[in-house]
Design a protein around this ligand. Structure first.
Ligand code: GAP
Length: 458
């Protein structure tokens, strides 16, 4: 049925009404491309970050975590190339004064048949003129020339009254991993190949429509850099493609909604690069990237800092600059993909519709909801809540019919609902209802912790 089709509006509305995500600065009318995670959403995103960290740091014996400063020495961004070339081709519609990314407009107009990544600004202007591409907002056809628009946010640091130095909000987290390559290697006694991982905020002055959490001006990245010898680098590139695919799938994304997409245009230093795309309600879009960055990052930081970033192999005494294989994924973008994948509207008997989020239980915001059947057995229910909440995020709800309470938990993806009834007072057993099958089992309160633990592993 068409009205059961997944749309971004459905996800946005559910997120607002159930406390996943609210518009940023909501009471002031919002602030474009910013969103605030609510009580349920922050749990979901934290669980996704926990799963990533578990997979790429905790269970990876040769990977090490860092948490680098957001504000870095500005020369970092000269070395990385961002101050010179981290920009998008933008043009303004002279009729409605709206600003657009020229490459996006061409991609939409050609329905994906033209790849603007490989075009110069002049070629894009020519395409727009020849095809009379109109403003998507007002329909006008009066464009300014295309100009490169800087994506880095600038702020300033005043050390002496009257003197200010420009400082950038980092547009990616990986530079904090590159500049700490030798610190981590020395202190962890790491031998190449090894990895450095980080989760943290990044900032980009994006002006294009954000499509909810898909593209925001501040977002969290989960990035892993693998430092290796050149001769091993293509094997590691392929290995990280597999690891990235498996992680996205294990989080809960269906393989039918994922595909690899090789980059059409490679940076001059890159040996290979690809994305995993996900089928969002807005179409196939990049979920994460896997990039073979060669020796670019370490050698540029060596050059700009004046400090050697070379690695000395303790066995062969060989000194060399390792290659870097990067795996980078946005925590917010993955959260959006997980929400889209989990969302289902089920037509029930009697014309009722059940909205349910089938999250992988590990990432579900609450693992269990405690629901007393009557208010006068709330004491027992609160006792169960207090005990279980030592181990899991639990919700407690005694308001409304049990059917309505189940529906509320289904809509936030709680895998288990535990109902407390009069028999509980007699025999210390409870009913556990499964979110996906709606089947119920009766178990002892003493067995609850192990029952839930067994079913929420990642
Ligand atoms: N260090 C490499 C790097 O930052 P990227 O392709 O620009 O590469 C990596 O970004 C990932 O970060 C993307 O695949 C996406 O998941 C996420 N990301 C990038 N820009 C974003 C934005 N404006 N909003 C939300 N997520 C974003």
């Amino acid at each position: 049925m068409d009205d059961m089709k997944l749309t971004m509006d459905k996800i946005v509305n559910l997120c607002k009404s159930r406390g996943f995500v609210f518009p940023g600065s909501d009471i002031y009318g919002g602030f474009a491309n910013t969103w605030d995670f609510g009580p349920v959403g922050v749990e979901l995103k934290n669980n996704i970050k926990k799963a990533w960290w578990k997979r790429f740091v905790q269970e990876a014996p040769t990977s090490y975590g860092v948490d680098a400063a957001i504000l870095m020495n500005p020369t970092v961004w000269d070395a990385s190339g961002h101050t010179k070339s981290f920009s998008d081709p933008k043009m303004d519609c002279k009729c409605c004064k709206q600003r657009f990314r020229a490459d996006n407009i061409i991609e939409d107009h050609s329905k994906g048949s033209v790849v603007p990544d490989t075009m110069t600004n002049e070629e894009m202007e020519q395409y727009i003129a020849e095809h009379k591409v109109k403003c998507p907002k007002c329909g006008g056809f009066d464009w300014t020339p295309i100009r490169q628009f800087k994506l880095m946010f600038e702020t300033s640091r005043g050390t002496i009254e009257g003197e200010k130095d420009v400082v950038y909000l980092r547009p990616e987290t990986c530079q904090g991993e590159y500049v700490n390559f030798l610190n981590v290697q020395r202190t962890s006694r790491a031998k190449v190949p090894f990895g450095i991982a980080q989760i943290g905020k990044s900032f980009r002055n994006e002006i294009t429509p954000g499509n909810f959490l898909f593209r925001t001006i501040e977002f969290e990245q989960m990035e892993h850099q693998l430092f290796c010898k050149e001769e091993d680098s293509m094997n590691f590139y392929n290995e990280y493609k597999d690891k990235a695919w498996k992680f996205a799938h294990d989080i809960g994304l269906s393989e039918d909604h994922m595909r690899f997409h090789d980059h059409d245009k490679l940076a001059h230093y890159a040996k290979a690069a690809c994305d995993i795309q996900y089928l969002f309600p807005i179409g196939w879009q990049e979920l994460n990237g896997i990039h073979h960055r060669g020796v670019w990052d370490l050698s540029r930081h060596g050059e700009y800092s004046g400090k050697s970033m070379q690695y000395l192999d303790p066995v062969t005494n060989e000194r060399y600059t390792p290659n870097v294989i990067e795996y980078s994924i946005g925590a917010d973008r993955l959260t959006l993909a997980a929400l889209c994948e989990a969302y289902e509207e089920q037509a029930l008997e009697g014309g009722d519709v059940r909205v349910v989020l089938h999250f992988n239980p590990f990432i579900a915001p609450y693992k269990v909801a405690i629901l007393p059947l009557q208010k006068n057995i709330a004491d027992k229910a609160k006792e169960v809540y207090t005990n279980l909440s030592k181990y899991f995020m639990c919700d407690y709800d005694e308001a409304g019919s049990i059917g309505k309470r189940y529906r509320r938990q289904d809509e936030i993806g709680t895998p288990f609902c535990v109902t407390i009834d009069f028999d509980t007072l007699e025999d210390n057993t409870v009913t556990v209802r499964d979110r996906d099958t709606m089947e119920q089992v009766r178990i002892k309160i003493d067995e609850l912790k192990a029952y839930i633990e067994d079913r929420i592993q990642f």
